[in-house]
Design a protein around this ligand. Sequence first.
Ligand SMILES: Nc1ncnc2c1ncn2[C@@H]1O[C@H](COP(=O)(O)OP(=O)(O)O)[C@@H](O)[C@H]1O
Ligand SMILES: [Mg+2]
Length: 291
Amino acid sequence: MKADARDMQGAASEVVRISCVRHTYEDGTTVHLCGLDFLARRGERVAVLGPNGSGKTTMLFHILGLLRSQEGEVRVFGSSPADDWPSLRRRIGVVLQNVDEQLLAPTVIDDVAFSPRQYGLPESEALERAHRALGLLGIEALAPRVPHNLSGGEKRKVALAGALVMDPELLVLDEPFEGLDPASRSSLLSLMRTLSIERGMTIIMSTHDIDSVPEFADYSYVLAPGGRIALSGTPAELFARPDLLVQGNIKPPILAALFARLRERDATAPEPALSVAEAVDALADWKRNEG
Ligand SMILES: Nc1ncnc2c1ncn2[C@@H]1O[C@H](COP(=O)(O)OP(=O)(O)O)[C@@H](O)[C@H]1O
Ligand SMILES: [Mg+2]
């Protein structure tokens, strides 16, 4: 796969690099994020895939300086997040897997305005930023509500508004699709595309939602149990190898499985398609050429 070509593009565009980090929790459980280096470059959307307990949250916590590596190295914008978090935090937006831990203010608008107020921006600007962030998520109407009373999906959107309120260069999302209905999921996907393409934001997302990968990710890493970074590639590279995904305990997307089966039966069948629209075109072309 293309890890080397990506690696060669130079340190200047590197936003996050993780090299063989080991973390042992108090009860002795060890997560060893080793194998391949994890790399995210400026403006990239990078997915972290892997079964439950493989170490996705542990990896993100190292990026956020919430855990300190006991071995190996974590670099975020060239610094160590566990040591230099005060200088990094303004550049980074975060949505934790458990958003309840993150929404602490009495109302939604206070919650989203929390960071700009903390950074000492004038009250009018703090509120303007907060309203703008709610607008990006299409949830202005939630501004006066009490976060505790919101649905899971609404809470996640409020947390995301709070993560975006300071225009971060890096956005870290732990399982952001949990609790989102299909319409919210697809508007979140298109918002992430806009943020990365138009603002050059780097987005790192952990997910179980393999079907979001072609739409979301420029590049993906697959964690195996114990944290081993077992596999990486563009969506096309990963989806061309459903056998490797199965070994990594990842259920391949239904389209990848369909095209792999077709090719087993008939070597003239097309390359795996990444979306329904691509699949329709590929199958129509195939049929025409057969005839
Ligand atoms: N606070 C903790 N104490 C002990 N073990 C933990 C703790 N947090 C996570 N783990 C263990 O570390 C491993 C990786 O967990 P995690 O990073 O949460 O995985 P994922 O996010 O991929 O589901 C799992 O075996 C999990 O049980
Ligand atoms: Mg997790």
